[in-house]
Design a protein around this ligand. Structure first.
Ligand code: SF4
Ligand code: SF4
Length: 395
């Protein structure tokens, strides 16, 4: 990249012009929106779809939407969705086969040309994407769908200005500040966003967006009867020292609100050297083996492949779907289940996530987003389980 440009201040109404610019460049913009009483990720055409004035209240086994006292656009933490659903979709057709007169004909999957622009990516989610990159791209076998979508991805990160009681990104050193891995990064302050550039692609889109904002502003000032709400005469300028201070205060607020902690100094090692710890049996009695924790986790990547044929028996599709180490069938090996109780499945999940993941990928498999704590129906808290094993470490 060329010399970094100093953060710009973007007045709030201009964000629509940034979405328009991305759509002009054929990106499908996806971002936070409200559905089924939760903030989830979906298609975004208008800033009106953002959860303006809403926040999320989270605790172990607890999630509620709440009205905010202000009209903040990104004043929430993270919800049940993660961005992995766009890069590693819950269901994918890998291959099809059709019966023809000359026999079965295999039809390979066509290259995926979808260009996603992700709006509102948090620091822990950027870290989760780096982890999934290692899983799907850095090993001897690459996942072609993941690669196609990842290469075309445009990321607009948004710095957290608040944290939930379930967040522990500071322990995992993944947040809450977005430091790398984005094209543009925003910090919301009262009337707008501070915008930082993180890539050449980000700079190019920002330049085009500034030009279109300028044209819109000129059009607006020439047209006294303009009723287009997206057109604003407010200029995009370098952030003032006061705006920089406000952004820093807003980001620090998220740091100050993080109360949950996971000690990582003895990870990896702690869990694998305590495989017979009585805590596994105890947590196995509370755990429902429902798979929620693995479905909401932004780094979990287990999948299963099945072949599905149509009723005419002349077409078969090989489908990959998300799976979970909490499903009994997932450990079916050599004619039997190798993890045939919930305690052994919970132990598999936690030891992989926090311990053997280091040997496999060189990092922890946890980014401290807290989703598995919030969405566990019985409120099992990964940080408490690790602490309990440490406290009662077997000799
Ligand atoms: S294990 Fe839990 S806290 Fe860690 S990344 Fe997965 S969902 Fe987030
Ligand atoms: S730990 Fe909680 S979310 Fe995960 S499988 Fe068990 S009951 Fe379900």
């Amino acid at each position: 990249m060329e010399t970094p440009i100093s953060p710009l201040f973007i007045p709030k109404p201009h964000l629509q012009l940034l979405l328009d610019e991305l759509r002009r460049r054929k990106y499908s913009v996806v971002g936070p929106t409200i559905d089924q009483d939760a903030i989830v990720y979906g298609d975004i055409h208008s800033v009106e779809q953002l959860p303006q004035g809403w926040t999320d209240e989270q605790a172990p086994g607890h999630y509620r939407l709440k009205r905010r006292e202000d009209e903040s656009w990104f004043g929430y933490v993270v919800g049940p969705h993660s961005w992995k659903k766009y890069l590693f979709p819950p269901k994918t057709t890998l291959l099809s086969a059709e019966k023809t007169e000359s026999g079965w004909q295999f039809i390979p999957r066509s290259a995926d040309t979808t260009k996603f622009a992700l709006l509102g990516v948090r620091a822990c989610e950027l870290a989760a994407m780096r982890i999934q990159d290692q899983v799907f791209l850095d090993g001897p076998y690459q996942d072609p769908l993941y690669r196609e979508r990842r290469e075309q991805l445009f990321i607009i990160a948004v710095n957290c200005t608040q944290a939930a009681s379930t967040c522990f990104c500071t322990s995992m050193k993944t947040g809450p500040r977005c430091e790398k891995g984005f094209d543009l990064a925003l910090t919301e302050i009262d009337s707008g966003f501070l915008c930082e550039v993180g890539s050449e692609r980000g700079r190019e889109v920002l330049d085009a967006f500034i030009s279109s904002a300028r044209r819109a502003s000129e059009g607006s000032s020439n047209d006294a009867n303009s009723t287009n709400e997206n057109v604003t005469s407010l200029p995009i300028l370098d952030a003032t020292p006061e705006q920089l201070r406000s952004a820093e205060t807003a980001r620090q607020q998220a740091v100050d609100q993080i109360t949950k902690h996971m000690e990582t100094s003895d990870l990896p090692g702690l869990l694998l050297s305590n495989l017979d710890h009585p805590r596994w049996k105890e947590v196995g009695e509370r755990c429902l083996s429902c798979t929620n924790c693995t479905m909401v986790c932004p780094t979990c990547f287990c999948s299963s492949v099945t072949e599905v044929r149509d009723l005419n028996m002349d077409r078969v599709e090989r489908e990959r779907t998300w799976d979970s180490c909490f499903n009994p069938d997932f450990s079916y090996l050599g004619g039997s289940l190798v993890r045939n109780d919930t305690a052994s499945r919970y132990r598999q999940w936690l030891t992989h996530k926090l311990d053997s993941w280091h040997a496999q990928f060189g990092t922890s498999g946890c980014v401290g987003c807290g989703r598995c704590i919030t969405w566990c129906p019985v409120g099992i808290d990964i940080t408490e389980e690790v602490a309990a094993i440490r406290e009662g470490t077997l000799p």
